[in-house]
Design a protein. Structure first.
Length: 217
């Protein structure tokens, strides 16, 4: 296990080098890819460096019948028949949703595939998260208003700060529900997106206050 600073503020500082080392430490081979709608992929886009390293999020447009309506997410979506790889899904969807063209040289690795279940909707899918570093500055974006209500960037140290942990509370089918989250301005990162961040923190071997189960000594 790498040395982890004892100061929480220093533990929250993550570099692209740290991320690449973490991804290379335990590489995961993806299963054979079939471009079907039950396989989705997302792009974790980083920009900047050091304490100014940022991660891109979107807030999805509110649409009737969309199970992710209004949720905070990473750019991405479901596979289409012409997609050759899961990474191609993430990159195509990113271009369609926020107008950012991700190139192969931007890609720094991927997290393990995640199984996703929605018992209330009686369906499941596989999610492939890919990580990209677009350079020292954010790339200009153009949100597709049909799919994306907002594009915003969050400093990576903010995600690991215990002071930003919160809950996301709502009512579903008459039942009051509460889930852990990270406050980011007027948005709350929760649910599947928070789970992806938990896996990311686990690979980095860094404590992730929003999901204590992912904490490491």
């Amino acid at each position: 296990m790498p040395d982890v600073p004892s100061d929480p503020r220093e533990r929250a500082v993550v570099s692209i080098h740290d991320i690449q080392q973490a991804l290379n430490r335990e590489p995961h081979e993806a299963r054979p890819f079939v471009p079907e709608p039950n396989h989705a992929a997302v792009a974790m886009m980083f920009a900047g460096s050091g304490r100014k390293l940022e991660l891109c999020f979107i807030r999805r447009a509110e649409r009737q019948g969309d199970p992710w309506s209004g949720h905070v997410a990473f750019p991405g979506g479901r596979a289409s028949p012409g997609d050759p790889t899961p990474a191609a899904v993430a990159e195509r969807e990113t271009m369609e949703e926020v107008g950012i063209r991700l190139r192969p040289e931007h890609r720094i690795g991927h997290l393990p595939e995640l199984p996703v279940r929605r018992d209330d909707l009686k369906w499941s899918m596989t999610l492939s998260p890919f990580l990209y570093h677009v350079g020292p500055e954010r790339l200009p974006h153009r949100a597709n208003a049909m799919e994306v209500a907002e594009v915003f960037w969050v400093p990576v140290p903010h995600l690991f700060d215990e002071a930003t942990t919160t809950t996301y509370d709502f009512v579903r089918n008459g039942e009051a529900l509460s889930f852990p989250g990270v406050a980011a301005g007027s948005n709350i990162i929760w649910g599947l997106t928070l789970r992806v961040l938990g896996v990311f923190a686990e690979r980095l071997q860094r404590p992730f206050p929003a999901l204590p189960d992912y904490m490491h000594p």
